[in-house]
Design a protein around this ligand. Structure first.
Ligand SMILES: C[S@@+](CC[C@H](N)C(=O)[O-])C[C@H]1O[C@@H](n2cnc3c(N)ncnc32)[C@H](O)[C@@H]1O
Length: 277
């Protein structure tokens, strides 16, 4: 698994490919993901968050199953039966396969059925949202950690991960599945983050109807409601959203490209090296 090119895609496959489709735009899938999609006989895809323009890359004779209306046993049976019948099967998930994807139970069921799997990662909507916002989620001495989380909904969040306690870290937050509860997000963050902390909401990142709403903790709820955004959105919270507005003394540039910093691949420029003592 991983680290090597996918094997001969025209021959029968010795594994099922679980592929991250990316956030929506059909050209935001990986090259490897597209190759296996184009070669597949059977594609089980995750509903409307997978673009029809991406599915159009499947062979005309490929059988496509929309898993939106299927429960886990049906999804697994569809994949396992097709694999055992010698068909080349792709399970196409949205974004990346490792975040809020219900992947674990599918992998477990496939393992129990002795079906080998290779996972092809995808561009998460979190990363697509950061790209749309034009921001680096990690700025030296501003935020060096990113917390991916969500508000509790019908899926509970473990007690130790309540947003109010995560907020104590004061770092960059990226919330999935929470736009409809933006008022609760703001309420949980109050006190830990200053009221002028920037917040951005990206709706359907990379789709033609993508929308971006920017504000701070004082006004984002009204702005998101006014925009009518309830789902399929990523919420980003943190000072990193305002890199241009952060005073130079509070935002140290990365050492990576610092002219005065040597590392394994580059010597510091002599004129910027500290004087020998
Ligand atoms: C079931 S989760 C799947 C996440 C997916 N595995 C990923 O990595 O993006 C669905 C949630 O992901 C987010 N999402 C998915 N696609 C999105 C997009 N194109 N733009 C913004 N948010 C998106 C929303 O928060 C949505 O409620």
């Amino acid at each position: 698994m991983t680290g090597r090119a996918a094997p001969g895609l025209q021959a029968p496959w010795d594994r099922v490919y679980v592929v991250g489709a990316g956030p929506g735009a059909p050209d935001l899938i990986t090259v490897r993901g597209l190759k296996v999609l184009e070669a597949a006989d059977v594609v089980v895809y995750a509903g409307s968050l997978v673009s029809p323009d991406l599915l159009a890359h499947a062979r005309p004779d490929a059988v496509l199953h929309d898993s939106a209306g299927m429960a886990l046993p049906e999804i697994v049976a569809t994949v396992v039966d097709a694999f055992r019948a010698g068909r080349r099967v792709v399970r196409l998930q949205t974004g990346d396969t490792a975040l809020y994807s219900a992947q674990a139970e599918q992998l477990r069921a496939l393992a129990e059925a002795d079906v080998p799997v290779e996972i092809v990662p995808g561009v998460s909507s979190a990363m697509a949202a950061a790209a749309v916002l034009g921001c680096e989620l990690t700025l030296p001495e501003v935020a060096q950690s990113v917390i991916f989380t969500r508000m509790a909904g019908r899926t509970p969040v473990p007690e130790g991960e309540r947003l109010a306690s995560l907020a104590a870290h004061g770092t960059t937050l990226v919330l999935f599945l929470s736009a409809q509860m933006i008022h609760k997000v703001v309420a949980e963050l109050a006190g830990a983050y200053p009221p002028d902390t920037p917040v951005a909401v990206v709706y359907r990142a990379s789709w033609p109807d993508q929308q971006v709403v920017r504000g701070d903790l004082t006004d984002i709820v009204d702005k998101v409601r006014a925009a009518g955004i309830k789902m399929t959105a990523i919420i980003v919270v943190g000072r990193v959203l305002d890199a241009m507005g952060i005073p130079e003394e509070a935002f140290r540039y990365s050492k990576l490209y610092d002219p005065g910093f040597s590392h394994g691949f580059r010597r510091a420029a002599p004129e910027s090296a500290p004087p020998a003592v």
